[in-house]
Design a protein around this ligand. Sequence first.
Ligand SMILES: Nc1ncnc2c1ncn2[C@@H]1O[C@H](COP(=O)(O)OP(=O)(O)O)[C@@H](O)[C@H]1O
Ligand SMILES: [Mg+2]
Length: 321
Amino acid sequence: MEVVGGHELQERIGGGITGSVWRAGQLAVKVFNDDENHVFRNEVKVLMRLDSHYLAKCLHAGMSAHPAVHGVKMTPYIVFPLYGPALNRRLRDDNLPLGVVKTLARCLFGGLSALHRSNIVHADIKPENILSNGEAFVIADFGVSVYAGERVTDTVGTPEYLAPEVILDQMWGAPYDIWSAHLVIYSALTRTPLFDIYSEYDVCYGDDVDGVATDGVAMTDDEDASDPTALAYRTLMLMVKVIGPMPNPRRARRYLDVNGQPVGGPVTPIGVESLLLQLTSDDMCEPKSAAEFITAGLQWNPDARPTDDAVLAHAWLAHGQ
Ligand SMILES: Nc1ncnc2c1ncn2[C@@H]1O[C@H](COP(=O)(O)OP(=O)(O)O)[C@@H](O)[C@H]1O
Ligand SMILES: [Mg+2]
């Protein structure tokens, strides 16, 4: 059994391109690939600044030495408490009761509030990076987090959860997290992403999205799915379809016309509520107020999005379960 930093790695519980996460008794050890030192440093730098019930806690971080062909190999690692399953795994198994989704929202925006008060933008809010913690949830994975005020225009994050300003290579900051977090709440209610860009079937969006997809930039084969321009177009088109045309679309000229509609042809906005009605049962999510909650966060203009504290004070969270 491999040992890292004195911890026996018992079972692989997660991981991706930058490394892997292992269970070690009641701990979780995130082991970074040797060439991902910058991601490790970034994550540690952020974790050291933070202390909130709603953010994953770093217990220890270090470099573990292993014999290698030329001298000693150093593997960076971070030790966390072992939390419960990530949100994506819980959604794979079953629907979350409404009360749990509201708890999720309180934890998520509570964690973001602490993060944003420290001037940090998470930049990759999605179900995989939100972990169960008993009845509550914590935000994890600060590998690509940045300090607000640093000039950031790089595209960082996961396609389904990217905010429009990120897709359009514009400056982004805390409102990016606010956008993604509202999409996470939608995913938690419906078990599908709102902007399901990889799906070939627009079950809920109706025919005209299919039409535009093929008139504009088709996404029906693998080649197109890997083309960032096609992906950006498709995502922006779905955004118009759900939240309406983009005002001031000057900087999105490549994808949207002067009316803020997709260049391949206009689509009719349907709104979040009708999607919730199709995908959930009434008593399950209070579709009207849930839709109002989600729509409030999905503003094209980042400055028009609510702050974390405003979200936490929203009637949907304040009342009921
Ligand atoms: N402390 C932890 N407790 C339990 N599971 C964890 C913990 N940290 C990470 N995981 C699991 O590992 C996955 C990847 O962790 P993450 O920090 O997001 O790394 P990556 O940078 O590879 O995405 C998470 O989606 C989750 O399933
Ligand atoms: Mg992750």
